[in-house]
Ligand binder design. Structure first.
Ligand code: F0G
Length: 477
């Protein structure tokens, strides 16, 4: 089949039968976030044809307008018990922690064989007792999105967007990535029997992520540029070739990623925490979580909004600067640089969406240094959880928000951990060996992280040497 051809017969995407428990059709429409245009469908680049800004889904049936009360198809209590009941179902759609919440998503691909699911979502909420003590808050939890099938939060959006590509009959899907989107896209494309094209910045993504897209069979192009350069090339490509764009400008991605917040509220018995803290890179995830919070309140699933705060690495902080220096009126792109390579992004696509949810929830934006990120990552690890560097900005940011008084001791806080510890073992090993900042300007600040370092100890194969090491550690602990 040539690239432009559509699938003749589409493959089955799961061994188990898909849901027969569909209850109602969700009516969703597209809307431009700037000019409000309502296109019937999105173009190849998922941008408004009138003004060029991003599109989003909205659900006309849910609006509680000033003049009309337009009740949704379900009352909140019915929805909550429906979603809970699906957890006992053997049905593939119900087993997905994304499609389980399908009443709050765009319409399920029809027929349902188009749905590509790896049973994503269903991620745990962990208490972080040591981190809580270190930060000085009583209730500190982590929702670990790194425990998704490809070990990052991207899978929750990818199941929805890749299924939409499948329904559209696309042969090729593509993304620009700092490594996690590409890993996720490659996996879902493979499951759906589609071909995938990955554009990644040469030498700037971790081996763990690169190895995933190779194994899942993507055409992986390492471009001699940064992430923002990869995005530019991809945008030009989709205008010329019939490839389906799977970056988070694709509003289906945002809809799927909303379910992290819905699942979190369910885990908290629909009692919202005071704060939710997320890392900010391209700003799709914060937009998605914020959108879910606003919709859940509109839908009366929760009674109040948590404050959603967004944390960036200091070397990749265009959104922080936009809010702090320009009051959110403009965003100046920058050349980004951080060891947290997942969020090494200088021109975030979804900054206007993120700004809107920041304002709607009353959240804060913060930036954290490289040393603060490394220390926070080791502290999350020491709670037995672990995450990749970009996720650790959440704890580092929380420390600053606590010091500034924005977060109070008695308040409940949930960190969204976005990627698994094993995504970037190089960073972790270098940190514990004390090599991470060697030869950099940060080397001087590293002394304060010494107590967190656990370098491997090389010993002779001798019982006495092992006992001496054990006793030495015992004395110092
Ligand atoms: N954390 C991790 C582990 C990520 O991979 C990313 C983004 C983010 C946080 C930031 O999320 O972009 O929605 O604000 N990774 C993208 C990628 C850019 O290509 O994998 P965001």
């Amino acid at each position: 089949m040539s690239m432009g051809e559509r699938h003749q017969s589409l493959p089955s995407t799961g061994s188990q039968p898909l849901s027969t428990t569909r209850t109602a059709e969700t009516v969703s429409r597209l809307r431009c976030i700037s000019c409000g245009a309502n296109p019937d469908s999105a173009g190849q680049d998922f941008r408004c044809t009138t003004c060029g800004d991003l599109l989003e889904f909205f659900f006309p049936g849910w609006t509680y307008g000033p003049d009309a009360f337009n009740p949704p198809a379900f009352d909140p209590a019915t929805l909550k018990s429906l979603w809970l009941n699906r957890r006992t179902s053997g049905d593939a759609l119900d087993q997905s922690g994304v499609w389980r919440f399908r009443e709050l998503l765009p319409r399920i691909p029809d027929p349902e064989e188009h749905v590509i699911t790896l049973r994503e979502g269903n991620t745990p909420l962990y208490h972080l007792p040591r981190c809580a003590r270190a930060v000085g808050v009583e209730n500190l939890y982590a929702k670990h999105q790194g425990l998704n099938p490809t070990a990052s939060f991207k899978d929750t959006g990818m199941t929805v967007a890749a299924s939409s590509a499948h329904q559209g009959g696309f042969r090729w899907v593509a993304c620009a990535s700092t490594g996690n989107t590409s890993a996720s896209m490659a996996a879902y494309a493979a499951r759906g029997n589609m071909l995938s094209l990955v554009l990644i910045p040469d030498g700037q993504i971790s081996w763990g992520k690169l190895s995933q897209s190779l194994d899942y069979g993507a055409l992986t192009c390492q471009l001699r540029t940064d992430f923002d350069g990869c995005v530019r090339i991809l945008n030009d490509l989709v205008r010329q070739k019939p490839v389906y764009l799977l970056n988070s400008v694709n509003p289906y991605r945002i809809e799927g990623q909303k379910t992290a917040a819905i699942e979190l509220m369910e885990q908290l018995a629909w009692e919202p925490p005071d704060h939710i803290i997320v890392p900010g890179g391209n700003l799709g995830n914060s937009s998605a979580i914020g959108k879910a919070l606003v919709e859940m309140r509109e839908f009366k699933l929760i009674s109040r909004l948590p404050k959603l705060s967004i944390i960036q690495a200091q070397g990749a902080n265009p959104f922080y600067r936009s809010v702090r220096e320009f009051g959110g009126k403009k965003l100046e792109p920058m050349t980004a640089d951080t060891l947290a390579t997942a969020i090494r992004i200088g021109n975030p696509a979804s900054w206007k969406k993120a700004l809107r949810v920041l304002q709607a929830t009353g959240g804060e934006v913060e930036q954290v240094s490289e040393v603060e990120i490394a220390a926070a990552k080791a502290e999350i690890g020491a709670d037995g959880i672990g995450c990749e560097p970009a996720s650790a900005v959440t704890l580092a940011g929380l420390k600053k928000l606590r010091r500034s008084g924005f977060v109070k001791a008695g308040e409940g806080v949930v960190l969204i951990l976005t990627g698994h510890l094993l995504k970037d073992p190089d960073f972790t090993i270098k940190f514990h060996r004390g090599d991470l900042f060697a030869g950099t300007g940060d080397a001087a600040d590293v002394a304060e992280t010494k107590h967190l370092q656990r370098a491997p100890v090389v010993l002779d194969a001798d019982l006495g040497a092992v006992i001496a090491a054990l006793d030495g550690t015992e004395r110092n602990s």
